[in-house]
Write a protein that binds this ligand. Structure first.
Ligand code: ADP
Ligand code: MG
Length: 140
C-alpha cells in the first residue's frame, strides 16, 4: 500500500472546547503523521467554496455558518492508505453511528458539529490540501 496524504480539519465545535490536542492524540495514536498544521478562521467565501459540492443540500447554509463560527485547524496527514484510514479514525458522519474510539464518537456534538473533516478520495485530498497549504508548508 502506498504512502498517501489526506486533508483534515478540526472543526469549530472542537476548537471551542479546547480539544485540538485530544483530537491530535487520536490521529497520532492511529499512526498517521501530522505533516502540516495551522489554525485559521475561515471566511464565508472559503467555507462556501470548500463545501461547494454540498451547495444543493438542505444543510449547506447551516454548515457554512457553523464552519465560520470559530477557528479551525487545517492539517495534512500522511501515512499508508491515509485517506481511507483517516475516514476510519474519524468515524461515521453521524456520531450516533460512529464506532467506539473514533474522533466523532469521542468528541462530536451532533451530525453537523462533528469535530473533524477528512477527504473522501485521493483526488479530493490533493485538491483540498492545495486549497489551504503551499507545498513549502508541508514538512514530512
Ligand atoms: P463527511 O464529513 O463524513 O464526509 P459529508 O461530506 O456528507 O460527511 O457532509 C459534510 C459535512 O456536512 C458533515 O461532516 C457534517 O458537518 C455536515 N452534515 C452532513 N450531513 C448533515 C445533515 N444531515 N445535517 C446537518 N449537517 C450535516
Ligand atoms: Mg465529505
Amino acid at each position: 500500500m502506498a504512502t498517501e496524504r489526506t486533508f483534515s480539519i478540526i472543526k469549530p465545535d472542537a476548537t471551542r472546547r479546547n480539544l485540538t490536542g485530544k483530537v491530535n492524540a487520536v490521529i497520532e495514536e492511529s499512526g498517521l503523521r501530522i505533516v502540516a498544521q495551522k489554525r485559521i478562521h475561515m471566511t464565508q467565501a472559503q467555507a462556501e467554496a470548500f463545501y461547494g459540492v454540498h451547495a444543493a443540500r438542505p444543510f449547506f447554509r447551516d454548515l457554512v455558518t457553523f464552519m465560520i463560527s470559530g477557528p479551525v485547524v487545517v492539517q495534512v496527514l500522511e501515512g499508508e492508505n491515509a485517506v481511507a484510514r483517516y475516514r476510519d479514525v474519524m468515524g461515521a458522519t453521524n456520531p450516533a453511528n460512529a464506532e467506539p474510539g473514533t474522533i466523532r464518537k469521542l468528541f462530536a456534538e451532533s451530525i453537523e458539529a462533528n469535530s473533524a473533516h477528512g477527504s473522501d478520495s485521493t483526488e479530493n485530498a490533493a485538491t483540498e490540501i492545495s486549497y489551504f497549504f503551499a507545498g513549502t508548508e508541508i514538512v514530512g
